[in-house]
Design a protein around this ligand. Sequence first.
Ligand code: COA
Length: 232
Amino acid sequence: MLWKLTQNVLTTVVVLYTGIHWGIASVPGVYIVLNIFQSTVSHSNFERSLYIGISIGLAYVLWMLSTILLTALLSYVFKPSIGSIRVPFLSALTIRWGFLNVLDRLAKPCIHHMVPSWITDFYYRALGCKIGKGAFVSSDRINDPYLVSIGKNAIIGSKVIITPHLAERDDLVFSPIEIGNNCLIGLGAQINPGCIIGDGSVIASRAIVPKYTKVPPGEVWGGIPAKFIKKK
Ligand SMILES: CC(C)(COP(=O)(O)OP(=O)(O)OC[C@H]1O[C@@H](n2cnc3c(N)ncnc32)[C@H](O)[C@@H]1OP(=O)(O)O)[C@@H](O)C(=O)NCCC(=O)NCCS
């Protein structure tokens, strides 16, 4: 009962906050559009449409960049410093984690458009993800980045889900995920809490790696649940 009430109140606050967050992020773009609108009154309708149209397109890109920046700043401040931990659903940590998830969802549409890029690497790093030199992160689905480390020259395919948390019965379980140097995580694979993927290993596309799995270096694993396929 208390849990349900808390959830409903927080959801309402979140819905209102979404408007404010995205609204603040839209200010630079709206400013440009307004200026173009005012400074082109003496032009023909065709020229005005062109200038205003381009400024709206740029305003949308600016909105995405501002959303990523604003979200990264807030998440940087609020990200917790945790390791392997199990907490009840209603706890100070889960409320903080829920807020971080809300922030992440506000940035998701923008991240989705921009992976892989230095912009999304910046976002994940601001949220605490360790990304080694030369790594190529093509997924927009890295949950709890403060619990994820990705080694040098690793490739994270698109639609890969890296999730260091799982809901289990009445608890949330968190455990860090380590992806070694030169690993390849195939398209759409899912890496669960506590997994360690050894250097140079390959996780096949669509595989689900169960929680706490340790994949030794230099091996290919695949399937659901993921199992050893062969040495590389
Ligand atoms: C796993 C993978 C590396 C194997 O490729 P490969 O070395 O060329 O090996 P093969 O295709 O000969 O397959 C070897 C075995 O793995 C199995 N296998 C291949 N892909 C698999 C998958 N996605 N899930 C489960 N098993 C798979 C094959 O059935 C075969 O089994 P068998 O020996 O019993 O016949 C490859 O299929 C893969 O998933 N690569 C990921 C690519 C990717 O998503 N890149 C990032 C985005 S572009």
